[in-house]
Structure formats: C-alpha cells, structure tokens
Ligand binder design. Structure first.
Ligand code: PMT
Length: 397
C-alpha cells in the first residue's frame, strides 16, 4: 500500500556533495505515491542541476524567493500551503543553522517558517562539522520544535575522513517521511463521491434545486484524502471550497451527474452518494423565459434516473454508501432506501431542523447497514465525516 498517495512533499536540497543523491530521494518518494516539488538552495545548485531535479520530479524547481510568476507574487506562501511535509536532504550545516535561528533569508527557510506540516531534516557533512557543539545545539533546538532528524550514517566521506556524517540512504529517508502519515484501510483506495445540489432548468432564468451546500460531501472528500484515498468528486451547486487534491468534475443537472458518475465509476472501490439529486426534472424545459400571462402555470415533471440505485446494479459494483435525507418516518424510510437501492450503507440524515443537515456546519446522522444502526451525535461535519469513515472501514473493508 502506498503510504504517500496524494501527499505533497517539498524536498529542500542544500549545499553538500551528497546532493547527487537528491534525484534518488525524489524517486523513492514517488515510489511511495508522493508528488514532489524541489527547492534548490544557491549552495545546493553548486552540486546538482535544476534540470536534473526538474526532469525527475516532473515539477518546476524553485529557488527564488522573489518569483514574479508566483500567484500574488508570494511563492513561499503558495509552496507552504501546497506541502503536506517538508524534507531537507541533504541538509547542510548552514541551512540547519538558518532554520534553527528562524531566518527567512531564502526561499527554503521562508517556506519552512510559513508551514506547520512535519519538517524532516537529513544532515550531511564532514564528521567534525557534524560533531561540533554548534551544529549539535542547532539540532537540539530543531528537535525541541518537533523537527524530525534523520540521522546521518557512518562511513568513508567525500573528503576522505571516516566517520559519521554521510547522508542516510534515500529509501530509508523516504520511509521516514511516509511514517509521518497514518495508513488506513482506505490508503490507496479509489473513491467516487457526489455532492452538492443539482439544478433542473425550468427556463433559462428559473430552476428547481435544493438547499445542499456540499459541506457534508466535502468533509467526506477531505477525510478520504487524509486517509490516503484517491478521490473523484462530482459536484453540483456548492457554497464550499473544493479540495485541490481530488479530481473535481462539475455538473449542473441530475442527468449530467448521472453521465459523469457512469463515465468515471469503472475501477472505483467505493461510491459515496452525498449529493442532493433532484428526483424530477422539467419535461420540455423552455428555451426562452416563460412570460406570465395572469394565469396559472403548470410544470410537467418527469422522474430522473436514480444514480445510486444504478451504480448498485453494476456487475462490478463498488461498495456503495448512500445518504437518506428524511423529514418523517425517518428510520423506516432510510431502511427502505438501503434495501430498495441495494446499497451497503445508508447514512440517515434528518433534514427538518435548522441546526443540522442542509447548508449548516454541523450534522447528526445514523449509520445504517444490514447489521448496524449506530447514531453519530451532533458535531462539525468534518468530525461526523471522520466518524462515518471510521465505522465504514470497520464494517465494510
Ligand atoms: O450539502 P450539505 O448542505 O452539507 O447537506 C448535506 C445533505 C443533507 C445534502 C446530505 O447529508 C444528504 O443527506 N444527502 C442526500 C440527499 C438526498 O438526495 O437524499 P435522498 O433521500 O433524496 O436520496 C437518497 C440517496 O439517493 C442519496 O444518496 C442521493 O444522492 C441518491 N440519489 C437520489 C436521487 C437520484 N436521482 N439519484 C441518486 O443517486
């Protein structure tokens, strides 16, 4: 199982002869599923070329604190936001001193100050430099700031000395980065999630929709990604922010959501239907704005295809989790949906109170499967999503 699936790692390469091992470190991180961006310090560039690291990482190599091409001109902030962890390998004595002092005099040190993700440092230098009191004091300072030090190895050094100071092996460095992330049974799984409200046109101006904000579905997207899953997110009308790490596909109507789900369902391990899909669309929606003429207007509605039910009927069916938005006879209706749609799990969501369900930040639900009826008490949608996944993993994987 790839422990770094979906993870964004920044590799800082500073001035040491062992910078020649940096491309191998990039490869080992990629082998574990990570995306890697490299920051090359001025001294690092004396030992390894930008072109080499760019070719291996398949990303632009960053070195300039004053990058005019960066969005808003603040490249260090953009990179800091992108990173799930920062690794400096090799870390020179000078770079270690800079970071221990909290300096922000180049791109690498600035990104580190602007990031609160795990920081790992793999020192590499001459043994006397490594054993010096100053270097050891700087490492102690960094450890007290929760930096993880990947100890160098002993052996023959480039300068001819023999002793401690050689950069740790690339595969061992990559494994230590992976250890920072929890592996669950969702790691490496493919999950397709629908969320938000569909919009059914009446005419070019008016439509039928509902109050879904996409917040509950997005909390599930985020929780799945945190657990190492690869997520495809098919979303309708939402008021929440998308996760840049999922494959995001926008739709408007229930029919479009149906098509996109069916186009993307092959190979998915799990399907989560959190979208509030309109059960009906308008037959013969008008191409022109309908004019009022003083009389009644009758709209003829036709049923939409049931996405969840049809996914559950597929020959190669993923494990399916549906939601049931209910206002009355809740348990009975939700159990009926579990059975009739043929899904493995239904999350019963009461939507008649103003402080949970649609378009608010909190929710309370019941996890229903053939063998289980478990209440998840009122909490933020993020916490409810994590609890849903915890039970799902235990029950269904
Ligand atoms: O988005 P938020 O504001 O955070 O609100 C979250 C939510 C209340 C929308 C969400 O938690 C929720 O309950 N979503 C399901 C809404 C819904 O459409 O429920 P339903 O009982 O009508 O449908 C049952 C299931 O069938 C759902 O999984 C739905 O996605 C699916 N369905 C319904 C109709 C249809 N044509 N195709 C479907 O796949």
């Amino acid at each position: 199982m790839n422990r770094l699936t979906n993870k964004h790692i920044i590799l800082g390469v500073s001035g040491s002869i062992s910078a020649y091992k940096a491309p191998d470190i990039v490869r080992r991180l990629q082998d574990l599923g990570a995306q890697v961006k490299v920051i090359l310090t001025e001294a690092g560039a004396k030992f390894i070329t930008e072109l080499c690291l760019q070719s291996i990482s398949k990303n632009k190599v960053h070195h300039n604190l004053w990058d005019e091409n960066a969005e808003l001109g603040m490249g260090h902030i953009e990179l800091a936001k992108w990173a799930d962890a920062i690794l400096i390998a090799p870390a020179s004595a000078n770079t270690i001193a800079n970071i221990a002092l909290g300096k922000a005099n180049d791109l690498l040190s600035s990104v580190i100050l602007a990031n609160d993700a795990p920081l790992l440092i793999a020192p590499a230098m001459n043994l006397k430099m490594y054993q010096s009191h100053t270097l050891q004091d700087n490492l102690s300072t960094l450890i007290s700031h929760h930096t993880i030090i990947i100890r160098p190895e002993s052996g023959k050094q480039a300068c001819g000395d023999i002793g401690i100071g050689r950069l740790a092996e690339p595969s061992s460095i990559a494994k230590q980065v992976a250890k920072q992330f929890i592996s669950t049974k969702l790691t490496g799984k493919k999950v397709l999630i629908t969320l938000g409200a569909t919009i059914e046109a009446i005419d070019p101006v008016r439509f039928i929709s509902n109050h879904s904000s996409g917040k509950m579905g997005m909390a599930l997207v985020n929780a799945c990604i945190e657990s190492g899953a690869s997520v495809t997110c098919i979303y309708g009308n939402i008021t929440t922010t998308l996760n840049a790490k999922s494959n995001n596909i926008s739709i408007v109507s229930a029919q479009q959501m149906y098509t996109k789900v069916m186009d993307n369902i092959a190979g998915q391990n799990i399907f989560i239907a959190c979208a509030a899909v309109s059960d009906f669309s308008v037959k013969n929606a008008s191409n022109q704005k309908i004019k009022k003429d003083g009389g009644d207007l009758t709209l003829e509605l036709v049923p939409n295809k049931d996405i969840l039910a049809d996914v559950c009927k597929l020959k190669e069916k993923p494990i399916c989790m549906g939601f049931a938005a209910e206002t009355q006879n809740m348990l009975k209706n939700a159990q009926k949906k579990l059975k009739n749609k043929g899904c493995d799990v239904i999350i019963l969501n009461k939507v008649s109170s103003a402080d949970s369900g649609f378009n608010v930040d909190e929710n309370e639900v019941i996890f229903l499967s053939q063998n289980l009826n478990k209440k998840i008490g009122k909490n933020s949608k993020q916490k409810v999503a994590k609890k849903i996944l915890e039970i799902f993993i235990k029950e269904c994987l």
